[in-house]
Design a protein around this ligand. Structure first.
Ligand code: ZN
Length: 398
C-alpha cells in the first residue's frame, strides 16, 4: 500500500509531503518515489498521518467489556477502538475474583495470537484487586485483596500476557509483590491508593515505575500528622523514575490539569489512556451498563450522563467513554499542547511504558504499519493496521 500526500506526525515535529510505502505489514519507506502499478494508493490529501494509537488502559467499548470474556465482547471493543484510530491496546480487568480475571486472560492470550487484527491486543493490564478500600473508585470492594494476605500467584502464572498491574503501594506486602512482579517482567503501576510518601518510596525503590490515571482515585496533597505533604500524584509529577497516565476527557481532569501534568512530565513522561468502558461508542440513552463482566448479576452498574460514565447515584466517575484520539484532540485544542507532543502521549510513550515501542508507537521504517489518518480538525478519517485499511470514514459529500 502507498499513502501519498501525507503529513507524518513524529515525536519531533511534522514531516511534510510524505509518501509512505507499506510492505509486508510494515513501514518500508517514508518518501517513496516509485511503486508497482498494481499497488493500492491512498491519497491522504494533506491529512495528518499519525502512528496508530496505543491504549494501555481500556476496559472495552462498543458494548463489550473485556471481562465478559467472550469473542463478541472483544470484537465489539476492538471495533470501537479501531474506528477511532487505536491499533494496539492492553485489555484491562476490574476488581473481581481471580477466576474471573483468568477467564479474561485466556481470551487475551487467544486474541494476542490473532493474525491480521483490526486492533492488536498486546496483553493485559490488571487493575485491582490489590487496591485501596478508600480509593477503589468504581471498583467492587467485595473482591479487594492485600498482597501480604492473599496470593498473587495467578498474576505470576499469567506473566506471558500480563504487561502491567496496578497496585496501591501502601498495602501490606506491596513492596515484595512489586519485586516479584518486576522480576517476572511486569510493569508495576501505582494507583487507586491511599498512600503517603513514607509508604510509597520503598515500593518505588522496589521497581514501581508508572502511575495509573493521575488525580483519579489517587492519594494527593493532604494534611498528615499536622504537616501538609504529597501523595502518589505529586510524586508521579516530580520523580523522573515514574511515568504517568491521564484520562484527558475534560471530565476526569480539566485542561488546566493537563497543562500542569504536561509541564512536569513532558511528552515522554505522560501517556493518554482512554480508561473506556463498554459504553464507549454506544448510542446515548438511559442504559444501565455493568462494569466488568455482564455475566455477574452483582457487577457494579453505571450510567452515561453528560459525556462520561458515572455510578447510578452520580456520586463517582466510573470511567470514560472517549477513545485516545479524542483525548489527543482535547490536549491540542483545549490544553494548547503541540500536536506532535499530544500524539506522542497517545502512541510512543505508552508503547515505551509497556515495552512494545520496537514494534509500534511511531511511523518509522521497520515498525508495524499501524497508522491513523486525521483531518485538520483531528478527527479520524482512516485507520490502517498492519498495512491493511480497517476503518474508513464515510464521505459526507460523496
Ligand atoms: Zn480503569
Amino acid at each position: 500500500m502507498i499513502i501519498k500526500n501525507g503529513r507524518v506526525v513524529t515525536p519531533q515535529g511534522i514531516l511534510e509531503d510524505c509518501t509512505l510505502k507499506l510492505e509486508d505489514g510494515k513501514i518500508a519507506e517514508l518518501y517513496a518515489k516509485e511503486w508497482d502499478v498494481a499497488e493500492t494508493v491512498i491519497d491522504a490529501e494533506g491529512a495528518y498521518l499519525c502512528p496508530g494509537f496505543v491504549d494501555i488502559h481500556t476496559h472495552g467499548g462498543g458494548g463489550g467489556d473485556f471481562m465478559d470474556a467472550e469473542d463478541e465482547a472483544f470484537d465489539a471493543a476492538l471495533g470501537f477502538h479501531s474506528r477511532y484510530g487505536t491499533t494496539s491496546l492492553l485489555a484491562t480487568s476490574v476488581t473481581a475474583p481471580p477466576e474471573q480475571i483468568c477467564e479474561m486472560l485466556s481470551f487475551v492470550r487467544k486474541y494476542k495470537e490473532k493474525e491480521h487484527p483490526i486492533c492488536r491486543v498486546m496483553g493485559a493490564h490488571i487493575e485491582g484487586p490489590y487496591i485501596s478500600y478508600k480509593n477503589k473508585g468504581a471498583q467492587h470492594e467485595r473482591f479487594l485483596r492485600v498482597p501480604a494476605k492473599d496470593s498473587y500467584d495467578f498474576i505470576l502464572d499469567n506473566s506471558d500476557v500480563i504487561r502491567t498491574v496496578t497496585i496501591a503501594p501502601e498495602l501490606e506486602g506491596a513492596e515484595q509483590m512489586t519485586k516479584d512482579l518486576v522480576a517476572a517482567g511486569i510493569v508495576v503501576c501505582g494507583g487507586h491508593d491511599d498512600g503517603e510518601k513514607a509508604k510509597i518510596m520503598p515500593v518505588l525503590e522496589a521497581g514501581l515505575s508508572h502511575c495509573t490515571h493521575l488525580w483519579c482515585a489517587m492519594s494527593t496533597v493532604a494534611m498528615r500528622d499536622g504537616v501538609r505533604s504529597v501523595g502518589l500524584c505529586e510524586l508521579g509529577l516530580t520523580d523522573d523514575r515514574l511515568t504517568v497516565e491521564i484520562i484527558a476527557d475534560n471530565h476526569h481532569i480539566t485542561s488546566d490539569m493537563m497543562k500542569l501534568i504536561f509541564k512536569c512530565k513532558g511528552a515522554t513522561g505522560m501517556c493518554v489512556v482512554s480508561d473506556s468502558l463498554r459504553a464507549g461508542g454506544m448510542p446515548i440513552g438511559d442504559t444501565l451498563y455493568s462494569l466488568g463482566t455482564k455475566k455477574d448479576p452483582n457487577a457494579q452498574k453505571f450510567i452515561v450522563s453528560d459525556g462520561v460514565a458515572r455510578l447510578p447515584d452520580g456520586s463517582r466517575l466510573a470511567g470514560s467513554i472517549q477513545p485516545v484520539s479524542q483525548m489527543v484532540k482535547n490536549l491540542v485544542q483545549d490544553a494548547g499542547i503541540p500536536l506532535w507532543n499530544a500524539v506522542t502521549c497517545g502512541s510512543l510513550t505508552p508503547a515505551k511504558v509497556v515495552g512494545i515501542d520496537h514494534l509500534v508507537g511511531s511511523i518509522e521504517v521497520g515498525k508495524l504499519a499501524d497508522i491513523c489518518i486525521m483531518d485538520e480538525g483531528l478527527n479520524v478519517i482512516k485507520t490502517i493496521t498492519g498495512g491493511k485499511l480497517v476503518y474508513e470514514r464515510e464521505r459526507i459529500n460523496g
